[in-house]
Design a protein around this ligand. Structure first.
Ligand code: BJW
Length: 246
């Protein structure tokens, strides 16, 4: 296992809803989280969408509208800063987010090193021809696909339970050569993301958890720090760079 003073070349960061909590976007499983107010079987499964598409559209339209005014905080910016410094040194950096918001992009994270494994709120997809288009407006069962022209097949470009997460090949590749894996603001309930720490450990990467409170798999990590992301991330990144960026 990598100790702090060993040379680290390749970093993989995984983020979850907790990093965007202070930007006003809700988490899922905290005491006032989204899944405590709405049943996830109705909102985050293909079956729920098939049963009541307008209800699901309404949920995602509201979240898309909230995203228009959401701004990144010091935690998102610290990750972008870490990436910039790390890449300046010619080292490897991959940011994997479970979040469908675009706060990492807004904070300056490079889109070619960022994988939205659960999709993106700012994009919609035609369930018929699979064309993905940018969209910050509301959609409904009356929306028309700009490519195939068919009505009634548009859906949010997000990954629901039972669907295959996006970018798994790139993620597996990044994890298979990672020297350090950092998990931020995720409860460790949802797979495959919750299993990434085990994959990283298997190849000997040093593993770090930064979260408000211990996650489901906190005991697996080599290093843990608890507090709000806007405070613990900038502190951790500054400290890490001062020890490793030379
Ligand atoms: C702060 C903070 C602050 C708060 N600062 N921190 C049985 C066993 C194992 C697996 C399965 C099983 N049965 C089914 C499965 C698979 C299933 C699964 O995992 N189910 C579990 C519930 C058991 N997974 C799937 O179906 C996935 N697909 C799949 O497995 O396909 C097979 C396959 C895989 C790989 C290759 C090939 C095939 C798909 C999962 C899709 C998840 N989708 C959602 C919705 C996305 C769209 C949307 O946003 O609406 O993704 S569900 C929801 O959960 C969302 C999130 O990305 C995801 C994870 O949540 P996250 O980010 O961890 O949020 P929270 O709320 O849980 O935690 C927040 C944390 O932040 C907390 O710890 C707080 O303490 C902390 N926090 N404030 C720092 N200020």
């Amino acid at each position: 296992r990598k100790e702090c003073d060993m040379t680290i070349h390749s970093i993989v960061v995984l983020t979850g809803a907790g990093i965007s909590a202070e930007s006003g976007l809700g988490t899922f499983r905290d005491k006032d989280g989204i899944w405590t107010r709405y049943p996830l079987e109705d909102l985050a499964t293909p079956e729920g969408f098939a049963r009541d598409p307008e209800f699901v559209h309404g949920f995602y339209n509201d979240r898309r509208a909230a995203l228009k005014t959401a701004r990144p905080h010091a935690g998102h910016k610290a990750i972008a800063h870490l990436e910039k410094e790390w890449c300046r040194l010619g080292r490897t950096f991959t940011l994997v987010t479970q979040n469908v918001d675009n706060l990492h992009e807004q904070a300056g994270s490079a889109s070619d090193r960022l994988i939205h494994m659960h999709g993106e709120l700012a994009r919609v997809r035609c369930g018929l021809c699979e064309t993905i288009t940018d969209c910050m407006e509301s959609i409904s069962t009356s929306s028309v696909c700009s490519k195939c022209g068919k009505t009634g097949f548009m859906r949010p470009h997000v990954v629901w339970f039972g669907e295959i997460p996006l970018g798994m090949e790139e993620i597996t590749e990044a994890l298979s050569s990672a020297d350090m894996f950092i998990s931020v603001g995720t409860s460790g309930n949802v797979y495959p993301a919750a299993g990434f720490v085990d994959m990283a450990r298997t190849i000997g990467a040093r593993t770090v958890e930064l979260n408000l409170e211990p996650s489901e798999n906190a005991y697996v990590f080599d290093e843990t720090h608890y507090g709000v992301a806007s405070e613990i991330l900038p502190r951790w990144v500054d400290n890490f760079l001062s020890q490793n960026a030379n």
